[in-house]
Design a protein around this ligand. Structure first.
Ligand SMILES: *Cc1c(COP(=O)(O)O)cnc(C)c1O
Length: 373
């Protein structure tokens, strides 16, 4: 028998979360962001749940090929554009829309031979300082692109550095608007945080800007996987999002501890009183963060409990005090949904690890079997 650990992808929850993002975005169309193998969920596994999107956004050309191989004929956007000249051939062949964020990408386009002109998303750097043309150089890039026979429609795009935090989107939006005011073309600026927080109806919207934040296309990623982009200010439950992934394992042994007995490597949890513990078939080699300290929340048989001691490669330990009936074979939910309907947000586990839900879902290990339901 394989180790009793399993990740489950919830198709209905993906559909629900996509609908949630769509409702927040008003009339805007929705890119489902499926980069990083759909944030660790698997592009092929999420496809059914997300096929109601208006397009798929990603950045690896192999992933774009996989989306086409699934039969998707609609828009596919490369969020970082091409990396080398021959990538443009794939864009022509598979009809990929692509971001242009630097002069080198315009140079490549200018010598690309294609019968069909490309749809371009021209990126502005509005303060993130990763990709994009500086505001003062944006219009000349637009003009240069617009003169190329290889280029069809040009859309306008930027990415917020602070949509999830107190700084918000106002400064970046003001820069973007000032530069693009009289340019034609569709606009796309909002990730999950901006889509949920700053569009019309969002709790942090600025009425003068909210419609522009929604723009013509929103680009939610993390929200469609059921994690809050701005936890703990808001939780997935606050946003009406459902976990798209459950990571569950089973208890493979129990121990009765006497007061003073310790648990795991480094003996860093010591029982204050007699207690029963469960050994769970999930460790850091499955993608569960080793850094999670004693007290990280888990669900044992759908009842909230906590981890004890250090996470090891193949196992972790849970407190069975709240579930005296637990025994070998009892299910333990590391994140997601338990059989009784109880939820444990990946964001809570990520917080215990000092990181974000994104990192945990992306780090689900290869060796964990995955089913789609
Ligand atoms: C990853 C990414 C997104 C989605 O971000 P989330 O925070 O997951 O919603 C949107 N736009 C771009 C350019 C990205 O790289």
């Amino acid at each position: 028998m394989p180790r009793p650990i399993l990740a489950t992808i919830h198709t209905e929850s993906l559909r629900h979360n996509l609908a949630r993002a769509r409702a927040a975005a008003g009339d805007a169309r929705v890119w489902a962001v499926v980069k990083a193998n759909a944030y660790g969920h698997g592009i092929e596994r999420v496809f059914d749940g997300l096929r109601g999107a208006d397009g798929f956004a990603l950045l690896d050309l192999n992933e774009a090929e996989r989306v086409r191989a699934l039969g998707w004929r609609g828009p596919v956007l490369l969020l970082e554009g091409v990396f080398e000249q021959r990538d443009l051939e794939l864009c022509s062949r598979l009809d990929l829309w692509h971001t242009v964020h630097c002069d080198a990408q315009i140079d490549m386009l200018a010598i690309h031979k294609t019968n069909v002109p490309h749809r371009i998303f021209l990126k502005m750097n509005t303060g993130m300082n990763r990709l994009g043309f500086a505001p003062e150089r944006y219009r000349s890039a637009w003009t240069r692109l617009n003169l190329l026979p290889q280029v069809d429609e040009i859309s306008l795009i930027t990415h917020f550095s602070d949509a999830d935090g107190p700084r918000g989107v106002a400064e970046a939006m003001a820069i973007f608007n000032a530069v693009t005011e009289d340019l034609p073309g569709e606009r796309s600026v909002a990730n999950s945080a901006a889509t949920l927080r700053h569009t019309p109806g969002g709790p942090l919207q600025q009425p003068a800007l909210a419609a522009q934040v929604a723009g013509d296309w929103v680009r939610p990623g993390i929200a469609i996987y059921g994690s809050a982009p701005d936890f703990p200010a808001y939780s997935a439950a606050d946003w009406g999002l459902q976990p798209a992934m459950t990571l569950a394992a089973k208890i493979i042994a129990t121990q009765d501890l006497q007061p003073g007995a310790s648990v795991g490597y480094g003996s860093n949890f010591v029982a204050g009183e007699a207690m029963r513990i469960g050994i769970v078939a999930c460790g850091y080699a499955d993608g569960y963060p080793r850094i999670c300290p004693t007290g990280t929340p888990v669900l044992v048989d759908g009842v909230r409990s906590r981890t004890l001691g250090r996470v090891s490669m193949d196992m972790l330990v849970v407190d069975l005090t709240p579930t005296p009936q637990a025994q070998i074979g009892t299910p333990v939910t590391l994140w997601g949904r338990a059989a009784n309907g109880a939820l444990l947000s990946i964001d809570e586990v990520a917080q215990a690890a000092g990181t974000v839900g994104y990192e945990l879902m992306c780090a689900l290990a290869q060796r964990v079997p995955v089913v789609v339901e």
